[in-house]
Design a protein around this ligand. Structure first.
Ligand code: AMP
Length: 578
């Protein structure tokens, strides 16, 4: 693409953001009218007798706010092959699966263009802050899943798989800002080992050209780094000899690697030297010295990976560029070079129709009157409710957002958390954020051992009474020559967690004695990787995988318990006053 046309394209993209945010409210009215007109004859909308009305007031008064559970039976009908217009007048092209929870979301073909429009804004935005991104490549770990079919014959796959296998992605015109080190053949391979191996091999061979390193979510990138640490000897062997690991059997990967892989003993020695040492600090910047930033989402439940990412990347900027979901894409971060705690996403008013359920400080709904996009208030928290072209109406996505400001008249949001209570034994409710804070508080004790928590999950153990919280921890001890955290210190970590849990928890623990001492079970290194493998073997997408912060399924608990290396309990009760 000629230089001036790239420049023009970027200018147009930035101009589009300005235009679409200038009068967010009128764009929203237009979007709602379009959706309601397009889907007027659907079974779902007809149930609420809108009688052709497309205005906001009628819509709000007649159509209820719903959750996935409310729609499950209708979605199942679509999955089972009912082709009548249930949610959308347009044919359902396939259904996205939302990672972890295994939700099926009907999507329509035209939604792809809307999502790609948002994707096309990313590099123009980055280019404003990081120069010369067109002078090299991106090492971006992407994985797709083999398609599955619903009983009625629709393709069911993760949203990311739909995109990375689409014509728009695979055959888009050359764009110097979006050149990946991974060949398409590696991305399109559904065998995750072969895909990861060949993506890593190419990343190593092209190490000097790599300008950004990333994956959709932080967990995906850390998985790639661990893969490198486990497989560097074989990778170095391939590079040294110019021959491909015999485990790579996919013919198209073999064919394209034959062109890329040439004997380079010097590079092989370098890789061995970097990966064989005990010290992995700055591993990313050592291997890919021209990296300008790390391209991963670290907001929400991914925040716990920030210290580990900083450790591997020597404090390079962690760029969270987009907020999106299988149901709907929302918007970009217009100031991508900022600290993870300051990340704000601007919801673009053309992506869908957005409403906001006002929440108080403890996430209780303060009013059932939903607020429109343009009328949310800075500093306040809301639960996001979407109405989409694919036919979801007033659907609760399950995300809680805080308004941080406005870009023109479009609000910007910090991602607070996913709305969920992860642990509850008595009347207390501990959610993901509480748990994350407690982990951070306890991690302070680990600092004296130069150790940190790599990953964690939890379990409300009520097999004995009173029930208690069990937290599974995988630890990273940064300099192995150092002593590991002592048992006494890990006991203190249990108490530190309890001290930072909410007042209801502490009251139950101290006054009611209805909760027993918190327990930490330290698990072997690599356990969470196995947990991810397990989820993937059960159908989760690698790219969209997120560790569940609370587990209850027997096979997962069995897996975790089989990896426990030490067990620790809180030695005292936390602080609480009536
Ligand atoms: P999925 O439906 O599997 O694509 O997951 C979508 C969910 O991932 C969203 O509803 C959010 O809870 C989470 N998510 C997506 N993008 C971000 C982001 N930038 N920051 C935090 N969480 C995100």
């Amino acid at each position: 693409m000629a230089f001036h046309s790239v420049r023009e394209k970027h200018a147009k993209a930035l101009q589009f953001i300005e235009e679409v945010t200038r009068d967010a409210d009128s764009v929203q009215q237009k979007v709602l009218a379009e959706i309601l007109t397009q889907n007027a004859e659907t079974e779902y909308l007809k149930r609420f007798q809108l009688d052709g009305a497309t205005d906001r007031d009628t819509f709000k008064c007649k159509v209820p706010v719903v959750t996935y559970e409310d729609l499950r039976s209708d979605i199942q009908r679509i999955a089972n092959g009912d082709r009548s217009p249930i949610f959308s007048s347009r044919p359902i092209s396939d259904s996205g699966t939302s990672a972890g929870e295994k939700k099926l979301m009907p999507t329509i073909h035209e939604e792809t263009d809307r999502r790609n429009l948002l994707r096309s804004l990313v590099m123009p935005l980055m280019n404003q802050y990081v120069p010369d991104l067109d002078k090299g490549k991106a090492l971006y770990f992407l994985f797709i899943r083999a398609d599955t079919k619903t009983p009625g014959g629709l393709v069911a796959r993760p949203e990311s798989t739909s995109y990375y296998t689409s014509d728009q992605f695979l055959n888009k015109p050359f764009d110097p800002y979006s050149v990946y080190t991974s060949p398409k053949q590696a991305l399109l391979c559904t065998d995750s080992f072969q895909s990861m191996y060949s993506q890593m091999l190419c990343g190593l061979i092209m190490r000097q050209q790599v300008l950004r390193v990333g994956a959709i979510f932080a967990s995906g990138l850390l998985r790639a780094i661990r893969f490198l640490q486990h497989n560097y000897q074989q990778l170095a062997h391939d590079i040294s000899t110019g021959t491909l690991n015999p485990k790579i059997t996919d013919p198209s990967i073999k064919q394209c690697m034959a062109e890329i892989l040439k004997p380079d003993p010097e590079l092989a020695d370098f890789i061995t030297q970097q990966c064989s040492g005990q010290n992995s600090e700055r591993l990313i910047t050592r291997i890919w010295p021209n990296t300008k930033y790390i391209d991963v989402i670290v907001t929400g439940s991914m925040a716990q990976y920030i210290p580990t990412l900083h450790y591997y990347s020597g404090g390079l900027p962690l760029v969270c560029i987009m907020y999106a979901s299988s149901e709907c894409f929302f918007g970009p971060n217009l100031k991508p070079i900022c600290s993870p705690s300051d990340v704000s996403y601007t919801i673009l008013p053309n992506m869908g129709y957005f409403e906001f359920l006002p929440l108080d400080d403890v996430d209780n709904t303060v009013s059932t009157d939903l607020v429109d996009l343009a009328h949310v208030e800075v500093g306040k928290c809301y639960e996001l409710v979407v109405t989409t072209y694919a036919g979801l109406c007033r659907y609760r996505v399950g995300d809680i957002l805080r308004v941080t400001g406005f870009h023109n008249s479009a609000p910007q949001f910090g991602f607070v958390k996913r709305k969920n209570v992860v642990l509850s034994i008595d009347m207390e409710k501990t959610d993901e954020e509480d748990l994350q804070k407690a982990i951070e508080n306890a991690s302070i004790i680990l600092k004296e051992f130069n150790a940190s928590v790599v990953d964690y999950t939890s379990f409300a153990d009520v097999s004995s009474l009173p029930g208690h919280y069990v937290i599974y921890w995988e630890l990273l001890v940064k300099e192995p020559s150092n002593r590991r955290p002592t048992s006494e210190a890990l006991n203190r970590c249990c108490l530190a967690m309890e001290e930072s849990l909410n007042v209801m928890y502490r009251q139950a623990r101290v006054a009611d004695k209805s909760i027993g001492a918190l327990e930490i079970r330290v698990v072997k290194n690599g356990t969470f990787e196995e947990l991810m493998d397990y989820a993937i073997s059960r159908g989760a997408s690698i790219s969209q995988y997120k560790v569940s912060r609370c587990v209850s399924s027997a096979p997962i608990l069995k897996l975790l318990d089989s990896k426990v290396v030490s067990v620790h309990f809180s030695p005292a009760r936390p602080h609480w006053t009536a």
